[in-house]
Write a protein that binds this ligand. Structure first.
Ligand SMILES: C[S@@+](CC[C@H](N)C(=O)[O-])C[C@H]1O[C@@H](n2cnc3c(N)ncnc32)[C@H](O)[C@@H]1O
Length: 213
């Protein structure tokens, strides 16, 4: 991996050797079922839409999207070939038809104006402010006019307890999480030209507050 790529990529649990623990850790600590169900519920899954799960990891959301809207073409992109191997195993078990690709969020392997919806869960906190900007510009490029972006990620802690709870993630994922916990993402979305940015739900968890936009 080049230095530029390293700057734009942190594995799911920060270290490669922890990737195999990703699903159980997330299930136990993030109220995963609740917040991912809500993320998918909020998307207008009309027939024949093309949907991207950006940084799909082990494809939990990707599979839920396909199951909620079988007519849609569902794509998953992730920078980590190893985690996509786990995603493929889960997809096979679910019998879903999903197109997975390895790639980075700031140079996606898709044409302009391709997707109706881009979804991303627990991802933006992996990116430096500069990579967040590049990724948001890239999302705008691949989204059709009038397309929508749905993000679930760590956000401003809802209270003092959530602030303390968020410290391990800040320690584990490092400096990139700082602006996420400072709730900078909506500002960056506006800067990238997104309109109608709204927070739609918040979930207090063992590691801080997850916010949906
Ligand atoms: C915490 S995991 C979230 C996975 C999944 N979306 C979920 O909600 O369970 C973050 C994912 O982002 C991926 N990732 C990190 N940086 C990336 C980048 N620049 N481009 C694409 N994927 C990236 C990691 O490989 C990892 O699978």
């Amino acid at each position: 991996m080049t230095n530029d790529k390293k700057d734009n990529f942190i594995p799911a649990l920060s270290f490669d050797f922890l990737t195999s623990l990703y699903d159980p850790v997330v299930a136990l600590t993030t109220r995963e079922k609740e917040f991912k169900r809500e993320l998918v519920r909020q998307i207008d899954l009309r027939p024949m839409r093309r949907i991207l799960d950006l940084a799909c990891g082990t494809a939990t959301v990707t599979i839920a999207l396909k199951q909620s809207c079988p007519q849609a073409e569902v794509f998953g992109l992730d920078g980590d070939a190893k985690i996509l191997h786990r995603a493929r195993q889960k997809i096979e078990k679910s019998n879903a038809k999903i197109a997975l690709s390895v790639g980075l969020s700031n140079e996606m392997p898709y044409p302009d104006n391709y997707f109706d919806t881009v979804v991303s869960s627990l991802f933006f906190h992996h990116l430096t402010p500069d990579s967040k900007r590049k990724t948001l510009a890239e999302i705008r490029r691949v989204l059709k006019a009038g397309g929508t972006l749905h993000v679930a990620d760590w956000g401003k802690p809802a209270n003092l307890l959530m602030k303390v709870a968020s410290l391990p993630v800040q320690w584990l994922d490092g400096a990139t999480t700082k602006d996420s916990y400072q709730e900078k993402l909506p500002e960056l979305m506006a800067e990238a030209g997104f309109k109608g940015i709204v927070e739609t739900a918040a979930f207090d968890t063992v590691f801080g507050t997850i916010r949906l936009h």
